[in-house]
Write a protein that binds this ligand. Structure first.
Ligand SMILES: [Mg+2]
Length: 372
């Protein structure tokens, strides 16, 4: 089988958001977003099988001429980041589309071809905004009613003690067994950010630990391995991070030094992880008895990035949770999974099913996409 053509396809129309979206990671200076879009690779083969992956910026022609079954060779050549000038090209979306084709050719979901361990995964509702306390508590209770067993709150208001106040109020109101996760987003580059010092991060971490928070994500920039390790050594709560790690090998120091108890590779966002890489990262963490809770894109490509993540994570045994971007009325299946026939939805116990259809397990609504 040969890949004959790869097109980049987009949303035909903008996907309107019911209210302007000021994501926590771009606050306070970022412009609120009013609509969402998506961009995918549409990969064709000489056997008529079509695969999809999220557009991760690589030239689509990079995959033309490959047999999709040589995806391991493709990953090593173009994505590993180890070969200077040759790899690290942001080709994760092409790799994901190749897996979609491999699964469709074998008439099996990718997880089964890789060796499935489970057919469902627990997810956490990843909220995205810095809501005021009352509003945040109300939302957490609504998410609990919808079945979520874990919720992630955003931190880094101008005064970090206000963050703590909100977390404490939520912890007080939700069921005792609800897992509360928090994300300080200290690796994001927003201009007006109040970046935490090591001392602030450590103090906040200790307070969160006392509140019984499950994990603290990105309390310091990714490169501050020493500072992160210090926090992880000091508190019982997990320290998590790594969504911006550009290649799999960038997790090495964090894992060895114990800077992250939980690594958070994203199958697509940095472009060089992919399905092979996210499994590799999970296995690397497993060797050091650490966990993986993958990052999943909040934007319009979630509809394909989430299934790709689930197919890979269904095969490992150190993945207690998967991110599920969900912040009604903004982040919902109708906005961030808009182009798939059957979006990934949670069940009453807070799990999602690993999609069972061949390939990534999703059917694309072809009438919603266009080639520009
Ligand atoms: Mg994050």
């Amino acid at each position: 089988m040969k890949i004959t053509k790869v097109d980049i396809v987009y949303n035909k129309k903008p996907i309107p958001l019911p209210e302007p979206w000021q994501a926590a990671w771009s606050a306070p200076d970022g412009k609120p977003v009013t609509s969402m879009g998506f961009s995918l690779y549409r990969m064709e083969t000489d056997e008529g099988i079509v695969g999809y992956g999220p557009n991760t910026g690589a030239n689509p022609n990079l995959a033309v001429g490959f047999d999709p079954h040589q995806v391991g060779y493709f990953w090593n050549k173009h994505m590993s980041g180890r070969r200077s000038g040759l790899s690290g090209k942001g080709a994760a979306g092409l790799e994901i589309a190749m897996w979609d084709i491999i699964g469709k050719a074998a008439k099996q979901p990718v997880s089964k071809l890789l060796g499935a361990r489970t057919d469902k995964l627990l997810v956490y509702a990843a909220t995205s905004r810095l809501l005021e306390k009352k509003h945040q508590v109300r939302q957490a209770l609504e998410l609990e009613d919808e079945g979520f067993k874990a919720i992630k709150l955003r931190l880094h208001r101008p005064d970090p003690w206000d963050d703590l106040d909100v977390v404490e109020a939520v912890v007080d109101e939700v069921d005792d067994d609800m897992m509360i996760l928090v994300d300080a987003n200290q690796n994001n580059p927003s201009d007006e950010y109040q970046f935490w010092s090591r001392q602030t991060a450590l103090r906040i971490a200790s307070e969160l630990d006392d509140l019984g928070v499950y994990y603290l994500e990105e309390p310091l920039p990714r490169i501050d391995i020493e500072g992160l390790t210090d926090i992880a050594d000091t508190v019982d709560m997990f320290v998590a991070g790594g969504e911006h790690s550009p290649t799999v090998y960038d997790f090495r120091e964090h894992i060895i030094e114990g800077a992250y108890d939980i690594i958070q590779p994203d199958v697509a966002m940095t472009g060089n992880i992919g399905i092979i890489g996210i499994k590799k990262a999970a296995d690397m963490a497993d060797l050091y008895t650490r966990l993986v809770v993958p990052h999943v894109l909040s934007g319009g490509n979630c509809g394909i990035a989430l299934p790709a993540t689930l197919q890979a994570m269904a095969t490992v045994d150190n993945c207690p949770l998967v991110e599920y971007p969900y912040d009604p009325p903004i982040l919902e299946p109708k906005t961030n999974q808009s182009f798939v026939k059957e979006p990934v939805l949670i069940d009453e116990d807070g799990y999602v099913k690993v999609p069972e259809l061949p390939g990534l397990g999703v059917e694309i609504e072809e009438d919603k996409i266009t080639i520009k």
